[in-house]
Write a protein that binds this ligand. Sequence first.
Ligand SMILES: [Zn+2]
Length: 237
Amino acid sequence: MRLQPVKTINRYLGGFISLFYPNTCAACNAILPGNVQVLCTWCMHSLPETGYHFGEKNPVEELFYGRIPVEHAMALLFFDKGSRYRRLIYQLKYQERKENGIFLGKLIGSRIRNSHFGTIDCIIPVPLHKAKLRRRGFNQSAIISQGISRILGIPVIENVLIRRSFTATQTRKGRYERWKNVEGIFECRNSCSIVNKRILLVDDVVTTGATLEAAGSCLLGIEGTRLVIATAAYSTT
Ligand SMILES: [Zn+2]
């Protein structure tokens, strides 16, 4: 009972703040009703889902053929140039809209739960270099992982996979150059906690798969590990 006044004040303040900073749809910027989060009903119903995890042909899995043994891979959304849904990730990374990451993670978790991917033991997000982590304050892939964890009920492990060095921006590089650029940038510590585990490796966006390949091959170097990959988006540009 004693909490009641605090709750009332919070609700009052929340309403007051939303007068000046209304909750808006991450994709189309429409003002959202108080009980709706992240995407408006229209954007939610037009989500550009790949559906690859349900199909025979899975271009995200094919990215890793002949590179590393990935048991399954999925990307939740198409991420075409100009798509309004790109703002989900942009806002997560640069405007600290962490709720976008939790939202994407929950969707990924529910799609994996309904797929043929099978049982997964733990989730490992692709890490940022510690200097970048300090600057940004959080790892967007770890936030997405938390959302997945809420649905699948498995732990997120962040003290095993470590990023050693910075890489230059990858956007203008070809596939081989990208691979050279990320080769050897990850290392594994405290690896006994993932021995014999089936791991879900998580990143925000997959393009060529070079970063996930480097991180994945590091994890696969640990005894008995198996790999499943999930990203929030698949970009071909
Ligand atoms: Zn919208």
